[in-house]
Write a protein of this length. Structure first.
Lengths: 382, 287
């Protein structure tokens, strides 16, 4: 009996090794030296693709179904919480062949992904419309240099969202915002920057206005301690107004509190607002705007994993998502603004002119990581 | 006129009845606030009509619709996930039981060095954060070719349910009075008879509780399933977590929560009834 058990275990172990070894034997193709037609042929030969996203299932599933019909490639969309997906990718990082092909990457996880070297590429020049995608987002995603490894899929923008029944004259300048917060205690909400981008947008704005502007950080790839030496001014002000503001635990919690009438002015992402309007979890009268003082915007990107089992099919799917028709359909379905700059979408809470005029870029990643940690230490824990 | 004295025991009885009444009312109120209200809110959120948002100052949604349910069934793999979840959970429960029974017997009835340490070590999978356990175990599963594999998932869920089953069964085995076993031995009972007539009936309540815990742990397991199972397999929690995370969507999360919760609650009611009548009687009737 013992012998049988031992033999069984050895066979199972050997089978596992053989299985893992078998996958490693597959020869890696160099897609960067191939023409697009050759990549399309290789994609059809691969025959399948798996794409992970954390939101917008309505669009990704529709797009994948249509993609499968068009190219005869079997597609699978897995909707999963973004941090869990990143953990899975990191767990599989050292495997020769992973289980995920392509993934939608949000701003709060891009640094982890780029630093860990999980992406295949650079790919932006391999896909046909790479040059028509927003050049700012194609270079930097929330302050992180993506080096062409990530392809912009849509743009989004932070702004101030309010209930027009309770806010008749929303603030536009820094001084107006400060005065409004003081005049309306507990009516302004922003999320903990460690938990959501809308909170990061607000804290970045505070830092910009109280510590001498944001220009001095441009282009920095490392944190310069001298440049953050006076950030205590920002923390002091945030502590001073803590009694008058509401700090929430996520982007959507801010929207939820506005919907429930607890607060009347919040910081929010435009695509989050559109999703909530579509789901019936935010009143239709809500208004979003980018104040004249400027609020940061960016977008989300997609990348192919270095150990993706179907790289060509992943490239083809990402290219499909950036096609003009599909960008417009995406905008109509989930409301996210087009990553393509040569075409315009209809569904937008914020007009393009307002984005161009008042939208600002994110502070470089090392500073963002620093203020997220410092906020917890200097505001949340005080 | 002669005054009739009320006996003291009557006063005590009356006080006890009043106290019992207050406690019952208190228990019902707590249950309503603790379980009923969140359930009711989940039901309402799952029925919100997208064209008529549920907003302040409305206490209840003004219009109801099945649009959120339709959305979840249309744009997620919930049907397939239901099939996978309810296939893995019973198999994982049986597998856990088979692995836990002999171990629990030894831990509960035998005395040896390191027994207490083993009992604590058994709890490690539930002490450690789920994702940490998942990340380490995924390497092992991948190494032996059990990732993206149904049997691998059953095994993974068994590992997560094992602490509950093992601890409860161990305690049940420990609680069996030695007198009964000695009496059976004196009457010439064989090991098989002892097991069949004493051990099994007396650990049945524990076994039942362990089964419920293991089954529900399996149904709600996320981390390990996500890391070693997706994209080949999706379960209900893998879909639920996509609505609960960074991009929290209350309406859809409510739908998936109800899908996960309703069969479990029904099962708990059935189990509770079964547990109270058959097994407790069987186990303690012999004492």
């Amino acid at each position: 009996m013992k012998k049988c058990l031992m033999i069984g275990l050895i066979l199972l172990f050997a089978g596992g090794l053989l299985f893992a070894g078998g996958k490693q034997e597959k020869e890696e193709l160099d897609y960067s030296s191939m023409s697009w037609d050759e990549i399309v042929s290789a994609a059809k030969e691969e025959g399948e693709v798996t794409f992970y996203s954390w939101w917008g299932e309505e669009w990704w599933k529709t797009a994948m179904t249509d993609f499968s019909k068009k190219y005869g490639i079997k597609g699978k969309v897995i909707m999963a919480e973004g941090t869990a997906t990143m953990n899975k990718i990191l767990a599989e990082k050292d495997k020769a062949v992973g289980t995920i092909d392509a993934v939608l990457i949000g701003g709060n996880r891009v640094k982890t992904g780029i630093d860990a070297g999980i992406f295949y590429g650079p790919i932006i020049n391999m896909i046909p419309h790479g040059d028509k995608l927003d050049p700012k987002l194609a270079t930097l995603q929330e302050g992180v240099r993506t080096g062409g490894y990530l392809v912009p899929i849509y743009r989004n923008q932070t702004g101030l969202l309010y209930d027009p029944q309770r806010v008749s004259n929303p603030p536009h300048t820094w001084n107006e915002l400060v005065a409004w917060i003081k005049a309306n205690p507990k009516q302004f909400a922003y999320c903990n920057p460690d938990k959501g981008g809308s909170g990061q947008a607000f804290v970045q704005t505070v830092i910009g206005y109280l510590t001498g502007g944001l220009d001095k950080y441009a282009g920095d790839t490392e944190l310069d301690p001298a440049k953050v030496a006076n950030w205590n001014l920002a923390w002091d002000w945030l502590n001073e107004v803590e009694e008058d503001t509401v700090i929430t635990a996520s982007n959507n919690e801010s929207i939820d509190r506005l919907n429930q009438g607890e607060v009347s002015l919040i910081v929010a992402w435009d695509d989050d607002v559109l999703v909530n309007l579509k789901k019936g979890t935010l009143f239709k009268r809500a208004k979003l705007y980018i104040p004249n003082m400027g609020f940061p915007g960016g977008g989300d990107t997609a990348g192919v994993l270095k150990n993706a089992p179907h790289k060509a099919a992943s490239l083809l799917f990402i290219a499909y998502l950036t096609e003009a028709d599909n960008q417009i359909r995406m905008n109509e379905t989930i409301g996210s603004y087009l990553a393509r700059t040569d075409i315009k979408g209809k569904q937008a809470l914020l007009p393009e002119s307002e984005r161009q005029k008042n939208g600002v870029i994110w502070i470089p990643a090392p500073y963002k990581a620093h203020f997220k940690a410092e906020f917890v230490k200097n505001v949340m824990m005080k | 006129m002669e005054q009739k004295l009320v006996p003291y025991y009557r006063i005590v009885e009356k006080r006890q009845r009043t106290l019992r009444g207050i406690m019952v009312v208190f228990f019902i109120v707590v249950q309503i606030v603790w379980i009923g209200l969140p359930m009711l809110m989940a039901v309402f959120w799952s029925l919100v009509n997208p064209d008529h948002p549920w907003s302040y100052p409305q206490v209840f949604p003004s219009h109801l619709s099945l649009a959120q349910w339709d959305y979840v069934f249309k744009f997620t793999n919930i049907i397939r996930a239901l099939g996978t979840s309810y296939s893995i959970a019973p198999l994982a429960t049986i597998f856990t039981f088979l692995l836990a029974l002999p171990t629990a017997y030894v831990l509960g009835r035998r005395r040896f060095q390191g027994r207490e340490a083993i009992k604590i070590l058994i709890l490690l999978p539930i002490i450690m954060p789920g994702m940490v356990t998942a990340l380490f175990l995924s390497r092992v599963f991948s190494f032996i070719g059990l990732d993206q594999n149904f049997f691998g998932l059953v095994l993974a869920h068994s590992l997560m349910g094992m602490p509950y089953m093992l601890r409860i069964l161990t305690t049940s085995f420990e609680a069996i009075p030695q007198d009964i076993i000695d009496a059976a031995e004196n009457l010439g009972a064989t090991s098989f008879v002892k097991f069949k007539e004493i051990f099994i009936p007396m650990v049945l309540p524990g076994l039942f509780a362990g089964t419920i815990f293991t089954f529900i742990t399996s149904l709600e397991e996320f981390s390990l399933t996500f890391v070693i199972g997706t994209p080949t397999f999706e379960t209900i929690p893998t879909i639920l977590f996509s609505f609960l995370g960074y991009h929290f969507i209350r309406t859809n999360a409510a739908v998936v929560s109800l899908i996960l919760m309703i069969p479990n609650i029904a099962m708990l009611f059935v189990a509770e009834r079964f547990l109270k009548t058959e097994y407790l009687a069987a186990a303690f009737g012999k004492m």
